[in-house]
Design a protein around this ligand. Structure first.
Ligand SMILES: *Cc1c(COP(=O)(O)O)cnc(C)c1O
Length: 463
């Protein structure tokens, strides 16, 4: 299996190279040259399998000969063993034909663990084999960083630096990044917002001298291996609800478009996915873009669902690449307009293409709180604010007999203030994290300045 860049100008890579590289050298994102299709009988045969067995069958064709069957099976087993639920991604029912896919039973209580735990094991296996060392740099609006630090802490061949916007992540998120004691992990609090952190990481990847001198590797949601890991739970959920004999809709609380793009890949692989509903908070660039064709940046307005406080949605580039029928030049042009003019207009043809797979909606802050309250009163389920954005938008997209699955992206205890404000209840952390508030923190405050951030990384990484 070969991987190509969305901007058409970077070398074609295999799975392992695309995974270790992250961002392509032309600034684009990697995608498989062709998307493998599973026949209905193969999808039907997933019924009753464990999450790990499903993961193996769904991801195997994308991995090529980077790992043997035996190695890949062991990697998957290690990735999901620290999850706090035997089903890994259990479904619960919220109402008639509306289901919640709980993706928050991993070690850091957000869906990011599904991809990050797998990628940690994949990196470890690949780097042990080659003896190579890498420096992982990532930007986070909160959950990616904690998941990355958890997945890579203590690994011999990896140093990890996570940039997060100072003062704009929840206390649980911050503590999950600042309390690990291993000296290969570093939490950097940047004086800026998430888009500044993400831009700094992109600039580091485009600074080839720096990139090559520290062996930069990326694990942000642009990393193809992360998208791939997330394809699996679309299959496990849809098959539980009757696929391939039944169409299933999904609603996904969306920021960087990684999670929902995984649903699009599942659909292209043959899973009978109906609508893929993009759910945004008040930072609704994706909802506006899908409705009008105008992808225009506005300032980020902090919300109670901070992991979705994003205006530059990096994985949307992959959806554009498909909507423009894989025309890398056209995508590069749009991205240039975004950089220089703060936005671009999606062509009519491409917008229609996007509309064949994606619908969208937004939830205001009040609607999000009201949904947390209403769902708790009706079902006893406590939603995190991101999941509540999803449920609210999903309710507006229910279609008679078609089951709707809303992805629950984080555990409510990660965002206790918003949940308490809505319900009066303060959700407790699971027992395995109960002492988080007592652990010592270690963090470096840094200016929103590329030179300062690069200097800090050079100084701290182990040679
Ligand atoms: C990252 C995150 C999202 C957004 O996911 P994307 O893949 O960036 O669209 C939503 N909810 C939570 C809790 C997250 O951590």
């Amino acid at each position: 299996m070969q991987y190509v860049s969305t901007r058409g100008q970077a070398p074609v890579l295999n799975f392992e190279q695309a995974m270790l590289t992250g961002l392509a050298r032309d600034g684009g994102l990697y995608l498989p040259e062709t998307i493998p299709v599973m026949a209905p009988a193969e999808i039907g045969a997933l019924a009753g399998l464990s999450y790990e067995e499903t993961a193996f069958r769904v991801m195997r064709p994308f991995v090529g000969d980077a790992f043997t069957d035996h190695e890949f099976t062991a990697i998957i087993a290690r990735a999901y063993r620290a999850f706090g639920h035997a089903a890994r991604a259990p479904l619960v029912q919220l109402g008639p034909n509306h289901f919640l896919l709980e993706l928050f039973h991993g070690p850091t209580l957000a869906f990011k663990d599904f991809a990050m735990q797998l990628i940690g094991q994949l990196f470890q296996a690949a780097l042990e084999r080659s003896g190579q060392r890498v420096t992982i740099v990532g930007a986070t609006s909160g959950d990616t960083g904690s998941a990355a630090i958890e997945a890579f802490r203590g690994l011999d061949n990896v140093d990890v630096f996570i940039l997060f916007p100072h003062g704009r992540v929840s206390e649980v998120q911050r503590r999950q990044m600042t309390t690990p004691t291993e000296d290969n992990v570093h939490a950097l609090a940047v004086d800026g917002d998430f888009d500044d952190c993400q831009a700094a990481v992109k600039d580091m990847f485009n600074d080839f001298a720096f990139r090559d001198s520290v062996g930069l590797a990326g694990v942000n949601s642009i990393n193809w291996a992360r998208v791939l890991a997330q394809v699996v739970y679309y299959f496990s959920a849809a098959v539980s609800l009757g696929a391939p004999g039944r169409v299933v809709d999904f609603t996904v609380p969306t920021g960087n478009f990684g999670d929902i793009f995984a649903g699009y890949i599942a659909k292209r692989m043959g899973l009978p996915v109906g609508q893929l509903v993009v759910a945004t908070n008040q930072n609704d660039i994706l909802h506006r873009a899908l409705g009008t064709g105008g992808y225009v940046k506005q300032g980020v307005v902090p919300s109670i669902s901070p992991s979705m406080d994003i205006q530059v949605s990096s994985n949307f580039e992959r959806a554009l690449f498909e909507a423009y029928e894989r025309d890398g030049k056209a995508v590069a042009q749009l991205m240039e307009e975004l950089k220089t003019q703060g936005g671009f207009h999606i062509s009519q043809g491409a917008l229609e293409k996007l509309g064949e797979s994606f619908a969208s909606g937004r939830a205001s802050e009040e609607e999000t709180s009201a949904t947390i309250r209403a769902v708790h009163a009706a079902t006893g389920e406590i939603l995190c604010p991101h999941s509540a954005v999803g449920v609210r938008v999903a309710e507006a997209h229910l279609r008679g007999p078609v089951p709707m699955v809303t992805l629950a992206t984080a555990h409510p205890a990660k965002f206790p203030d918003a949940v308490e404000a809505a319900t009066g209840l303060r959700p407790p952390l699971p027992a395995r994290l109960a002492d988080l508030y007592e652990r010592d923190e270690r963090v470096s405050r840094v200016a929103n300045d590329l030179g300062a951030i690069e200097a800090l990384i050079k100084e701290r990484r182990r040679a």
